[in-house]
Design a protein around this ligand. Structure first.
Ligand code: AMP
Ligand code: GLY
Length: 449
């Protein structure tokens, strides 16, 4: 169906019909494991018409049509939306959000009836500026580590503030730094060295302002909501394994694996998350007049049974999405349409009690330098796990490695043990030169470990 809307139809009448709708053309922006998992889940919707992924990857190419454009090519994206008669745009990564893709599309009179899952640029500052996020939390009494924010000119005050903190010291570039802008230093002296590096341009303009904060001791948890700025649904929580090495050792990565659910996220803990973090955040956005249609990702630390916000992101997590979406039983397309149309209060979410785990197959050397272009084999033999492509490319009939994180092997089972058995049998069966994966995903939260 090419045009869901008659020209005179409004979004309000459109929403009234969402439940009966079919033939919805969807454009997913992004190319990682997260976007492959979204494409996989949206493909299950009876409402889906045609699915496009921009630029997508060899995994998404099996589910829809990939469009080889850059996620920051806003004019190109606009043309695709028109030419492919797109009804819903879902923006996966943070950079186009922080740079205003939502605003660009929604501000175009020619795209009046196109739904977009955002947020807009103003709300995306929750991820785009750590200083903005910290000040926002302070204004709304949302639990987070104590902090100070300093410019280059305030170097002396920054050093003084560092001295007031008990090491380790946490320093963060204010702006987006491709997930690398956080440094944790064991001593005051090391922290001062890092501070100089930040101000000398190690992270470019992103480090013009540095957030220095107190170190929180606890276990991390990722919680996601879909919100229209008024109502929200809480998606299944997940635990990400950020360090490259077994036993949480070595440098931070984008994430080496994930599990959902997370046993310590008890109903009591999640109630605290809703009351002290989620509601004050959504109410805070609304009271400050910041519209927000999209995802909020709360990066939390469980400190002695109480949630603290380590960071906000304005998108789904990767690899968390690869365990969160397989547990959602509801129609994700309907949820996202209701979100984008401001009708989240009419949504409901059902979640499977099953357990999902994902193990990332990485290229040896990641998160440092690593080889690309290595042939991947064995994927066709996998029948009891879902393989999401994260960093791959096609060359004729071959699939080659093209990124640090190459594939996510998701297993689903009635127990963590069963889910992990599926993930790891796939992780072992798939081969490529210098394949590396963590062998301990989920073992810390598995009750019998
Ligand atoms: P962020 O990009 O803010 O999530 O930081 C990256 C990672 O650094 C987090 O996932 C945590 O593991 C760690 N981190 C950030 N801030 C703190 C903090 N205040 N205390 C302890 N660990 C932190
Ligand atoms: N896995 C953490 C993130 O997506 O930022």
């Amino acid at each position: 169906m090419s045009g869901i809307f008659a020209s005179t139809e409004t979004i309000a009448t459109f929403v009234a019909n969402i439940c009966e709708m079919s033939g919805v053309n969807v454009l997913i922006i992004g190319s990682g494991g997260r976007e492959h998992a979204m494409a996989w889940k949206l493909s299950q919707s009876p409402k889906l018409g045609k699915l496009f992924i921009l630029p997508g990857n060899p995994g998404t190419a099996q589910l829809g049509e990939n469009i080889p454009l850059n996620v920051l090519d806003f004019d190109g994206i606009r043309t695709v939306v028109i030419e492919k008669a797109i009804n819903l745009v879902v923006i996966g990564p943070e950079e186009p959000l922080v740079k205003g893709l939502y605003d660009f599309l929604k501000g175009d009179a020619g795209l009046r009836n196109v739904l977009v899952v955002g947020p807009a640029k103003e709300g995306a500052a929750l991820e785009g500026s750590k200083n903005f996020a910290k000040a926002f939390m302070k204004r709304h009494g949302i639990p987070t580590a104590n902090y100070g924010a300093f410019t280059r000119e305030e170097y002396g005050e920054a050093v003084k503030f560092l001295k007031t903190l008990e090491p380790p010291c946490v320093l963060k570039a204010d702006g987006l730094a491709a997930g690398k802008g956080v440094v944790i230093q064991p001593s005051y002296e090391d922290a001062c060295t890092s501070l100089e590096e930040f101000f000398n341009g190690k992270f470019g303009d992103a480090g013009n302002v540095v957030v220095i904060e107190e170190f929180l001791r606890g276990v991390e948890l990722s919680v996601f909501v879909i919100t229209d700025g008024k109502s929200y649904v809480v998606l299944p929580e997940a635990k990400d394994y950020k360090r490259v090495g077994v036993g949480d050792t070595g440098p931070n990565t984008g994430g080496m694996g994930a599990v959902s659910p997370v046993p310590f996220a008890t109903p009591e803990f999640m109630m605290k998350v809703e009351n002290t973090v989620i509601k004050p955040t959504i109410n805070g956005l609304s009271s400050e007049g910041i519209p927000y249609c999209g995802i909020i990702f709360f990066g939390l630390m469980n400190v002695g049974g109480n949630p603290y916000v380590v960071e906000y992101n304005v998108r789904l997590g990767d690899p968390e999405t690869e365990v969160v979406l397989p547990r959602i039983e509801s129609d994700l397309l309907e949820l996202l349409m209701l979100c984008a149309a401001g009708k989240m209060s009419e949504s409901k979410l059902t979640v499977s009690p099953q357990i999902a785990t994902t193990v990332i197959l990485a290229s040896g050397g990641y998160p440092g330098s690593y080889a690309k272009g290595k042939a991947i084999s064995g994927m066709e033999t996998i029948s009891n796990a879902i393989i999401f492509h994260a960093g791959t490319t096609s060359s004729g009939s071959l699939t080659l490695t093209a990124g640090g994180r190459v594939l996510a092997c998701t297993g689903i089972g009635d127990s963590m043990e069963d889910a992990l058995a599926s993930s790891y049998s796939a992780a072992n069966a798939i081969t490529f030169e210098s394949k590396y994966f963590r062998s301990d995903i989920g073992l810390d939260v598995y009750p019998n470990s």
